[in-house]
Design a protein around this ligand. Sequence first.
Ligand code: ADP
Length: 761
Amino acid sequence: MKSMQTKERTRLYRILMGAGILAVLLVCVAIYLGFSTSRYMKGIIRDQFNDEQLALARAAAQRIESTLRNAMTDLVLLNSLPAIQYCDMDAYEVLLLSTLPVLRRDCIVEIRRVDREGNTLFVANEEGIGMKHLGLRHREAGAFLSWAADVGNRGRIMGTGTRARDPASDRRVILMDLIIPTYEDATDAKRPHASHRFSGYLKGIVNVTELLQQFMPSIRSGKTGYAWVLDASGNFLYHPESIFVGENAFEARSNRNPNISFAKINEIQRNEMLRGNEGKGTYFSGWHREVVEPMEKLLAFSPVRIQGPYVDYVWSVAVVAPAEEIEGIVASVYGRQIFLEGIVIFIILTGSVMVLLHELRWSTILENEVALKTDDIRRYSLELERSEAKYRSLVESADDLIFTLDRNGCIRTGNRQMLQFFGLSPEELPGRELKALLPGTQADEQLIYIGRALETGEPQRMETRFPISSEEIWFNIHYVPIRGEGGDEDLVLCVARDITDTKSLERQLINTEKLASLGTLAAGVAHEINNPLGIMLGFCDLLLERMEPGTMEYSDLKTIERHGLHCRSIVERLLSFARMGEDSEELCDLNSNVEDILAVVKHTLDMNKIRLVFSQEAGPLIVRGGCKDVQQVLLNLINNAVYAMDGEGILTVLTRKSRKAGFAEVVVSDTGCGIKKEYREKIFDPFFTTKKVGDGTGLGLSVSYGIIGKHGGTIEFESFTDEEKPGQSGTTFRILLPMADEETVGDESFRCPSDASGFEG
Ligand code: ADP
């Protein structure tokens, strides 16, 4: 568990480390991309911004040009009037009064008419029409007149350079003159025929400052960017900072801040702006509006062209804005973007780490659970395996036949005993039908019980007898229904126990009890008959003593005596049978007694052509039992064997120590006709005989049974008729007698004096 926690912590540490490194890397990449993009975007935006500034400058320049053009057009219109052309003093006063407000809108603050001699004919301005004050012969500048007098300039308008209205005190109001050559081309009622003579010129004075003030202040580039205008000499015609107006741009900047190099703007002014070019650029300045500090400015400029006397005058409108302002916007946009990216990365990473941690926690919990469950399962399966093995070995080693079958009697599984019993291999058993293993009626009987067990769900018991080959085997069969679960079929567990031995014991017990009660009866009857029989024989003896031998009476008495003695022999036998429960302390050597009896019957065997096969245990076999009793039993068995073989056969007699500890056995086996099945349960019954009348009394085996039982032994037999074992019929009797303890045996001789001939068969 501890190692698992350490493992988990290491994994956690690794994940956090990984996430941290990834986060740093991603943030670095985001910052790098942000910076490189922002730099690139800065370039693009600066360019775009300057394009926009250029458009502003161009628009401003065009507006200035168009305002000047309007002024010129109005002047041309005025100049085309006959009153102006012919200097009709009476007419132009009224004319000017009505025209001046119109010209005023064009920022023409004054109109002068100069005749071909250079005399000013009138001056019209805000103060009024000043012709009377000026006088007719007031001379105007000769340069304009000579330009106007040039026929080549007929129809043209000349714009002069700019000048301060009051150069001495205020250079900030700047004026410009517009000169139009005047010819007497018009006709009216007074002058129906135009002379077309040169008649001087008309001059309009434009207030450039006022003109520019109309729209220049409103030009705004970006947040704080503004526009300024230079004239052809490099003087500021307009600047938002009015101190610059009228000042020379090349000098004014250096004068304001000598520490800054204005080489760049001076160069642009000189090479581009004053040459009437349009363009964009950047330069360094030391101020912008209220801000005073070194800064880079973006600049775009566009020319305003004014026709001059010999060359065109060029003004230049410039629009400027601090680069920082633009970059600031880009930087703030990208800064925000990077910040947002950072937040998104952070959120994603935090989320991922949280999910990972959560998952890790869960997987660890699950791993622990799985490990515990796996251990449990392993343990349970081991236990299960062990218990299965135990039960399998129990089932396999059981003496019972244990097997399962379905309701049709088809065998599914079976233990080793089952296989052995039917002589099948483990592969052959499953699937075998019960009907194929048992005779038809037997199988049907079993199927009834199997069906009943499955229908009632109750175990079923039965006892049945199977004739297997020549034997009969008794089975106690127990059928237990096994309910199939989850689709499994219902089966029946069958435990069949071999109870043949129990049955035989049962039979023996019944026999013993039967014989015991018969013994009691026989003893009573024998006792009652014995006394009168003794009296009868006694009186018969007395009468015989009195009779003459050879007489009829003597012979009759002898017959009575013979039959009386036969009766006494039967009574004695009955009494010996009745004495079977009595204890006996006698001992005898089985081997020597068997030898003695065989010696007695040797002649009879030879007579009947019966071959004797005898084998005995080496050394004496001292058993509990009287010699006479043992010899009587052996003689009975041999007589029966001889009778059963009826003239020919093999008699086998053998003695040996029994496999049953403490017992010796003698086996008498013949190749006779065998005992019929139906007689086998009766042969030990007194008076049961199959022999002809006079050949047997039916007491031989019952007396033998009593004798052996009296000495604590047993007598059992096995017999086959010719029908059961063709050509191998015969009967084998096996007598077991308890052996005497070695201490009690001593050196005694346990051989009986051989008077076996006295026994009756
Ligand atoms: P008995 O010899 O007088 O008939 P037993 O009690 O000795 O009386 O025998 C009873 C019966 O058992 C016999 O009649 C015979 O049918 C049968 N029996 C006994 N021993 C044998 C044997 N060895 N072979 C065939 N049958 C036998």
